[in-house]
Design a protein around this ligand. Structure first.
Ligand code: A3P
Length: 334
């Protein structure tokens, strides 16, 4: 018998929910939290929670998991090429087709594409459940992206398949996530950075709370099927992280292969690579290119240009209080 979903999904109080629907016009179904950890989603998550929790996983699967904006796409491109023995020809196919996002159905509410005020699109709205169906029919070895924390994924997933978890300094995450919310037209966020900053700190953006998400991965760091990497490590030494990931995936990479792969994964090449930069969505109206695109700045520490002094103090306090030492483990704070 399929496992029961063991958590309680609660709708936010009416007033909060109405405010969120005003600020995020794409959240037609409002917002919910999954107790006890309080993971925040659009209401449509309820239609998929059980399917995510019981997703059949295979021993050949490789997951890339993260809280959003931590360097998921960067890691996916690396992982896909390593898994597929550096098939650069195959990598010309769009990343979201080769490396599907298991949670996608609960991110873009298909009804948003019909809303007035949301740019008219020349594409058909996706059928609900379409993305999960695609994941189920993919042939082996599947490379799958998820932003779900461990507790909302198939229990014991690491006993079946490998996962690479990417984390990033939350100060850079909040900036990147802000642009992401303005960029994805169907999410309908038109507010300023300060307002988004407040939503982030109160764990009211999708897949938050950030620290519970990261902590769930950290608690499993010694599992032989989990590799945790950070955006900052990728930036500091892409070759070293690539070799670490290759070894984790039991793939051999020659020095020549490594040079080529690192060049392919460099920010400048990824920024202009149409198979990973999601530029196709700009032509469909899904994506507002003025927000810098999906491969945007690619820097560590860019948050300094967004935070004023009080925001800096408030965020650091939040990192120390909620991080409970993880902010130091990840070297985000001294
Ligand atoms: P910024 O918005 O700070 O530029 P995700 O893939 O998890 O959504 O993360 C997106 C972030 O990773 C964006 O950060 C994007 O620019 C950055 N990124 C993607 N590819 C990169 C690369 N090759 N080098 C550096 N940063 C990259």
């Amino acid at each position: 018998m399929a496992e029961e979903f063991p958590y309680k999904i609660v709708t936010l109080p009416d007033e909060e929910n109405e405010q969120i629907k005003r600020d995020f016009k794409g959240y037609i179904s409002g917002a919910v939290k999954v107790e006890p950890l309080g993971y925040f989603f659009q209401g449509i998550y309820q239609d998929y929670a059980h399917r995510y929790y019981t997703l059949p996983v295979r021993s050949t699967d490789v997951f890339v998991a993260s809280y959003p904006k931590c360097g998921t796409t960067w890691t996916q491109e690396m992982v896909w090429l390593l898994v597929h023995n550096l098939d650069y020809e195959g990598a010309k196919c769009r990343l979201d087709k080769r490396f599907p996002f298991t949670d996608e159905d609960s991110v873009i509410d298909s009804r948003t594409l019909e809303l007035p005020g949301i740019k008219k699109l020349d594409v058909q709205p996706p059928e609900p459940g379409k993305f999960l169906d695609m994941v189920l029919t993919l042939s082996d070895p599947r490379c799958l992206k998820t932003h779900m924390p461990f507790s909302l994924l198939t229990p014991g997933i690491l006993d079946t398949c490998k996962m690479i978890y990417v984390a990033r300094d939350p100060r850079d995450v909040v900036v990147s996530y802000y642009h992401h919310h303005r960029m994805w037209v169907p999410l309908g966020y038109n507010g300023d950075f300060k307002m988004f900053f407040n939503y982030f700190l109160s764990d009211q953006v999708m897949w938050s709370p950030f620290w519970s998400h990261v902590r769930e991965a950290w608690e499993r760091k010694d599992h032989h099927n989990l590799l945790i990497i950070t955006y900052e490590e990728l930036k500091a030494d892409l070759s070293a992280v690539t070799l670490k990931v290759a070894s984790f995936l039991e793939k051999k990479v020659s020095p020549t292969d490594l040079t080529k792969l690192v060049k392919h994964l460099h920010f400048d090449s990824m920024k202009k690579n149409p198979s990973v930069n999601a530029e196709v969505h700009a032509t469909t109206g899904f994506c507002d290119a003025r927000e810098g695109g999906f491969i945007r700045k690619g820097k560590s520490g860019g948050w300094r240009e967004y935070f004023d002094e009080p925001m800096k103090v408030e965020f650091e306090k939040w990192m120390r209080e909620k991080g409970k030492g993880l902010e130091k483990e990840f070297k985000w704070l001294p």
